[in-house]
Design a protein around this ligand. Structure first.
Ligand code: SF4
Ligand code: SF4
Length: 144
């Protein structure tokens, strides 16, 4: 009976968040952080050098990303550059709530003075409260 070869990992950098768990998991030092930010994600993904890889699979077990490190597929998927992950691996599991419509909201225009200029906004946080005014008055009125 022919032994089946274990798959080595592959990665689409777009789905790597650079957490480094796979780096720690690999005893063969096949994985390292890239020296470049991925322009699509703004994150630094890992890069693979599988020269010494023994296909142990520990890196794939360690990867928390649903579309992160995956076993290299045999057949037509072997050389793909970028395919819809949902077609390759199925719909991504998610417990996010279903989107709901946000009702349109009409906001009033800011008030203007007689010349059509906008009145400067009033920052209510800077207005002293009644308690603060009372406290200042009490301190001012206290005998020196
Ligand atoms: S399969 Fe094993 S040896 Fe290969 S990169 Fe992953 S952890 Fe390293
Ligand atoms: S464990 Fe997965 S997400 Fe984290 S750095 Fe490795 S490939 Fe990227």
């Amino acid at each position: 009976m022919a032994l089946k070869e274990r798959p080595k990992p592959f990665l689409l950098p777009e789905y790597c968040k650079g957490c480094g768990r796979c780096i720690d998991a690999c005893a063969k030092d096949c994985i390292s952080l890239s020296d470049q930010v991925n322009s699509l994600t703004g994150l630094v993904p890992v890069v693979l050098d599988l020269t010494n890889c023994n296909a142990c699979g520990l890196c794939m077990d360690a990867c928390p990303e649903p579309y992160g490190l995956r076993p290299a597929q045999e057949g037509p998927h072997q050389k793909f550059e970028l395919e819809d992950p949902a077609k390759l691996f199925g719909v991504r599991p998610s417990d996010a709530p279903d989107p709901v419509d946000v009702p349109a909201q009409v906001l009033p225009l800011p008030a203007t003075d007689g010349d059509g200029r906008q009145e400067p906004p009033v920052d209510r946080r800077l207005e002293p409260s009644g308690e603060a005014i009372s406290a200042v008055s009490a301190v001012s009125a206290a005998p020196q």
